[in-house]
Design a protein around this ligand. Structure first.
Ligand code: CAA
Ligand code: NDP
Length: 291
């Protein structure tokens, strides 16, 4: 099937990046969020991020205008009814995702593909609650979406070949590379990455090192572009904790136990960059380590 119009549900840091790359690749995009402010902020950020590409000469000013004109926003999920592919990128909570798919079903076309950008939640389980488990897939972008090359494609137990191949074609048209993962908790990238981040929080919790020494060690000692605590703040500590909980519950192994310090930060509402406070304090000019 040919995909021309893409719906994006959730206009947070992932949703805005997904809308950005889809519109630049020539797809019509309809973006939805519960918050009008989030949608306005997402549009402004997309404009700013494409401007960076224009100033580097990788995108022309005409391409920018055309891409921005292809993006519309709506508070009504019913307005995603004509989309060929809908990518859900709302908060990493299964109940929220289920409610979104339940609310979408009465409005969408018979052959619309439903996808989730979830970092960890079972695609098979999300799909089983819809009327089209064979047309449901995990479409997992990496953050920041305009920069990162990878998209994980996760087939639920019922995902059919037509759906999978249509999504592979979308990934190619976005200029990205797909890797296929079986549907097990947190898939491939987060199965490996998130226990490392959780271990970094344990190292902080146990006083093995400070925020700076842990991040400096991994940046200069393992050549990671960001230290694990900086990366956790970038991803969002709520999302990191949600992923650890899915690993812990889904694989029933204590090695995935979320660090109590990570839980405490989330309980405090210190979610990282998006709330201006996490392992670093982002309220000033430069981020300041908090421990
Ligand atoms: C949690 C999950 O489910 C899965 C995940 O996503 S896990 C997270 C995966 N992501 C990572 O691991 C990111 C690790 N960090 C990095 O790769 C780099 O630090 C980074 C690319 C984010 C920034 O790189 P940097 O060299 O420090 O900064 P900077 O030079 O300013 O930016 C590099 C490029 O990224 C762009 N960029 C930086 N932040 C951006 C953002 N938030 N949005 C869009 N573009 C961004 C810049 O414009 C620049 O573009 P060009 O290459 O075209 O010049
Ligand atoms: N952060 C990351 O690095 C990555 C995250 N992901 C996944 O992408 C998804 C989104 O994460 P991210 O963008 O970081 O999260 P954010 O918190 O930045 O954004 C989530 C957005 O979804 C909105 N939202 C909540 N409920 C609904 C709803 N019922 N309908 C529509 N929108 C809703 C939120 O609004 P409000 O704030 O008002 O609640 C918010 O604007 C998650 O599943 C996450 O696991 C995948 C790859 C990387």
């Amino acid at each position: 099937m040919t995909i021309q119009k893409i719906g994006v549900v959730g206009a947070g840091q992932m949703g805005n990046g997904i809308a950005h790359v889809c519109a630049l690749a020539g797809y019509d995009v309809v973006m939805n969020d519960v918050s009008a402010d989030a949608m306005a902020a997402a549009l402004a950020l997309i404009g700013k991020n494409i401007d960076r590409q224009v100033s580097k000469g990788t995108v022309t000013a005409e391409d920018k205008d055309a891409a921005m004109a292809r993006i519309s926003t709506t508070a009504e999920l019913s307005e995603l009814g004509t989309c060929d592919l809908i990518i859900e990128a709302a908060t990493e909570k299964e109940t929220i995702k289920q409610q979104i798919f339940d609310a979408l079903l009465p409005h969408i076309k018979e052959n619309t593909i439903l996808a989730s950008n979830t970092s960890s939640i079972s695609i098979t389980r999300l799909a089983s609650r819809t009327d089209r488990p064979e047309k449901f897939i995990g479409f997992h972008f990496m953050n920041p979406v305009p920069i990162m090359q990878l998209v994980e494609l996760i087939r639920g137990i019922a995902t059919d070949d037509e759906t999978f191949h249509a999504c592979q074609e979308v990934v190619e048209r976005l200029g990205k590379t797909s890797a296929t993962s079986e549907d097990f908790p947190a898939f491939i990238v987060n199965r490996i990455l998130m226990p490392m981040i959780n271990e970094a929080v344990y190292a902080l919790y146990e006083g093995v090192g400070s925020v700076s020494s842990i991040d400096t060690s991994m940046k200069l000692g393992a050549n990671h572009p960001m230290g694990p605590l900086e990366l956790a703040d970038f991803i969002g500590l709520d999302t990191c904790l949600a992923i650890m909980n899915v690993l812990h519950d889904g694989l029933a192994d204590t090695k995935y136990r979320p660090c109590p310090l990570l839980t405490k930060y989330v309980e405090a509402g210190w979610l990282g960059r998006k709330t201006k406070r996490g392992f670093y304090d982002y309220r000033g000019e430069t981020p300041v380590p908090t421990r």
